[in-house]
Design a protein around this ligand. Structure first.
Ligand code: UD1
Ligand code: MG
Length: 476
């Protein structure tokens, strides 16, 4: 992953705590791998950190299902530190200290606070340096501070902090405090290390609380300050599925806004599901109830009609995807027309100006420029040349029960309706296939192939069948 800054003397390390189980989510999946906007929570935190320091300056503390978490974010190039037993946020940092030896300062982020912006991380870092603090924490005034740690200032209005008190430890007179600890910190490494061993588990959870460092450092004569942010929405953590859903909504609104600001029209954006990494060029129109997922890219002047789902696809300019289509891992070149109700499965490559119409399914199928498959067709493991017309109901029989085989059809060919092409098979350029054929042998270029039972007409047969019958006299 690219990062913005080269390491300098003062570059801090960033520790991302991601070892917790996320008990309150009641899920088998580790909390930091739950997704919003189509990506795991932890991925967002790492990406934000990578905007501030280089990937090798980042240490992710993993523990619960460590292998799974590591595998999900390994490609970012960050370092990992295992916390085999999760004994609290203070313990997570105790585990990480050896990985950050040599850094004069380090920042701490939570893997479950995904909307954090690089500029907020930088603001905390700058404030920490200006204040020459041993510990800087990020705080905010929340209308509903329930379940967060509360910040106790040394005196009202002071930049200095005396302590952070967790919800369950609040004294009755502290219950009204609204300034909360957002779980992001900057530490000077030396004083932190000198006092880290003093953390205890004497609290309602029996855990080592990193938040207790505020009081410990203060008591040791060190400077502890809080940087108050007014944009608390980006700092909200995920502790329940309901919180996950609300952050997902917030993130998708942010993504839709980014696209609209760059000239994309999105009607009823609140009904669309657009993943964080999706790119769309200006003057493309997205209709209501569309899903654009994964790394989907769409060019300019295209239109995606309602109820279409597109995942990890690349679409060119002036593409029309009509209602109710499902496109995955495929490419669609400029000017192509898809749907309604078409299914492009992985490996489909739809050429410039090609048509894939109603109830057509493609898989690993390449359609050349201007090729058409307008109705009720299956094209699997197929190469269709430029300008070729595939009639309604055509099926490439690509599977013999054991292996998959390819169907190759040349340019400007014509496949009559209701034909089956038993692969492996080739049809030459300009060839014709009569409607209703079952094609089992290669067809040469410019030939006509007909593979069907011959029609027989019996003159007068129907009329004879309808003629009144002579009924037998039962009394004779
Ligand atoms: C923490 C803070 C609280 C703050 C809140 C902000 C403490 C004691 N409390 O509470 O003051 O208001 O964040 O969101 O720190 N983790 C580990 N190893 C562990 C335990 C946790 O890596 O042993 C990780 C978790 O995976 C998570 C992060 O640390 O990403 C925070 O842990 P969590 O349990 O969510 O703390 P909160 O209860 O939210
Ligand atoms: Mg939390």
């Amino acid at each position: 992953m690219e990062s913005r800054q080269e390491k300098t003397e003062s570059t801090p390390a960033i520790v991302i705590m991601a070892a917790g189980k996320g008990t309150r989510l009641k899920s088998k999946r580790p909390k930091v791998l739950h997704e919003i906007g189509g990506k795991p929570l932890l991925r967002y935190v790492i990406e934000a950190a990578c905007e501030v320091v280089a990937a090798h300056d980042i240490v992710v503390v993993i523990g619960h299902q460590a292998d799974r978490v590591r595998a999900a974010v390994e490609q970012t190039g960050v370092r990992f530190q295992e916390q085999t037993e999760q004994r609290g946020t203070g313990h997570a940092i105790q585990c990480a200290v050896e990985s950050i030896a040599g850094y004069e300062n380090f920042l701490v982020l939570s893997g479950d606070v995904p909307l954090i912006r690089p500029r907020t991380i930088e603001a905390v870092w700058r404030f920490h340096q200006q204040e020459r603090a041993a510990m800087t924490l990020l705080s905010a005034d929340l209308p509903d501070p329930m379940n967060y740690g509360r910040v106790i200032r040394k005196s009202p209005g002071s930049a200095q902090v005396a302590a952070i008190v967790e919800q369950k430890c609040l004294k009755p007179e502290q219950l009204g405090l609204r300034e909360i600890n957002m779980g992001m910190y900057a530490f000077k490494t030396a004083p932190l290390l000198a006092n880290l061993g003093q953390l205890t588990t004497e609290n309602p959870h029996g855990e080592f609380y990193l938040t207790d460092m505020a009081q410990l450092l203060e008591a040791a004569g060190e400077r502890v300050v809080a940087f108050k942010s007014s944009e608390f929405e980006e700092l909200l953590g995920v502790n329940t599925i309901a919180e996950l859903a609300s952050l997902d909504t917030a993130l998708r609104a942010r993504t839709a806004r980014r696209l609209m600001d760059s000239g994309v029209t999105i009607f009823k954006p609140e009904t669309c599901m657009i993943d964080a990494d999706v790119e769309v060029a200006a003057d493309t129109v997205i209709e209501p109830f569309v899903q654009l997922l994964g790394k989907t890219r769409i060019g300019a002047d295209s239109r995606i009609r309602s109820y279409t789902v597109i995942e990890n696809c690349s679409l060119g300019d002036d593409v029309l995807v009509r209602q109710g289509c499902v496109l995955s891992e495929s490419t669609v070149e400029s000017g192509a027309r898809i749907g309604p109700f078409a299914h492009l499965r992985p490996g489909s490559e739809i050429g410039q100006g090609a048509h894939v119409g109603n109830f057509v399914e493609t898989k690993k199928a390449r359609l050349g420029k201007g090729a058409k498959a307008s109705h009720l067709t299956y094209l699997g493991d197929a190469e269709i040349g430029e300008g070729t017309n595939i009639g309604a109901g055509t099926i490439t029989c690509n599977y013999d029960g054991v292996n998959k085989h390819t169907t190759r059809i040349g340019r400007n060919a014509f496949v009559g309706s209701d034909s089956t092409l038993v692969a492996p098979i080739s049809v030459g350029d300009g060839a014709y296939i009569g409607a209703g054929s079952c094609i089992t042998k290669d067809v040469p270029a410019d030939a006509l192939a007909v593979g069907r039972g011959r029609q027989m007409n019996k003159e007068g047969w129907a009329a004879a069948r309808r003629a009144p019958r002579v009924t037998k006299d039962v009394h004779s």
